[in-house]
Design a binder for this molecule. Sequence first.
Ligand code: LMR
Length: 395
Amino acid sequence: MLERLPPAPADPILGLSEAFARDPRPDKINLSVGVYQDEEGRTPVLECVKRAQRRLLEGEETKSYLAIDGLASFRQLVPRLVLGHIVPVELTATVQTPGGTAALRVAAELIRRHFPDARIWCSEPTWANHPNVFQAAGLEVRYYTYADPTGVMLDFDGLVCSLDRARPGDVVCLHACCHNPTGLDLEPGQWRVLAERLRERSLLPLVDFAYQGFAEGLVEDATGIRELVRAGLEILIASSFSKNFGLYAERVGALTLVAQTSEAVQAAVSQVKAVIRSNYSNPPKHGGAIVATVLADEELTQIWEREVEQMRERIQRMRELFVATLAAKGVTKDFSFLLRQRGMFSYSGLSLAAVERLRTEYGIYIVGSGRINVAGMRTATMDRLCTAIAAVLEN
Ligand code: LMR
């Protein structure tokens, strides 16, 4: 049977990282996958994580299974990080998942099992893996307008209008901040309008919160979620700690539910646990234990907040340097829109042909859509990067 299987196409993001790893050119630059790099090109283990790991190494007494929904301390601390104190404890619950991707998958399976007619609406464009995850769970994927045709301006009116096509009971996948791939986020007032529209049309928001802390701050980045809460909506939130804790390889994420009654929360969590049990049974411990150890300790939390701030500020500096260096190279195309985008990614507006030339001629890897991982840029390689972009744009 295996002999009859055709090869699957390469993943549009992780497949590029595989190609990058095979590329022998010493001066190659990887701006494809969303992984943070420092000025030396390293993806560092955060100081707060190192300290938490030392504590875990010394104090850990068992490697027995976690509960289906993960570590109790993680489940208590994460909702406070995501929601602050605006939701009463009994109206929310969190389960620990292997990365934000598993949180999305569990949410999608929950919907598919209990609301088989629900369709899920993704932004156009969205993270390349969203449709895969949702379709694999059996959901029909539809798209709402998000950006204008150039991909560099938010089309909020288009967004709101396109949700008129959704049916009551459909699910809308939103990006809490640092929209992937465009870097275009909603203003607080726009979140309010959107929340009201979701409520009027009985749509369920599933919020992907993969970049908390990378736009403006850990609290500020939850503004949109708080507006959804204020509108009295039920909400599903998929958090990832890959980026803000640098815990990519540990696969640590969370699915948080907000409901209107404690009975609804408890019933929904029991169904989430049934989904998890038939999928990966229970989550891995280490990453969740690191996050819980940091969040439970004031000193470690302060160190973490500073480290998130440093990463955020470095990304912003790279945005500014990139725009300035392109201008200094004589590039006439206006790239100043990058300064309005937030988080790791920017839609550069580069054509597929330009992206391909960057890879083949210069060893510079960018996702085919033109998405650039700004967090992978460095001062040391900026000149080479911008020289190459200037060259491909000239032709
Ligand atoms: C990305 O968008 O590059 C990241 O979220 C990593 C991934 O898994 O695709």
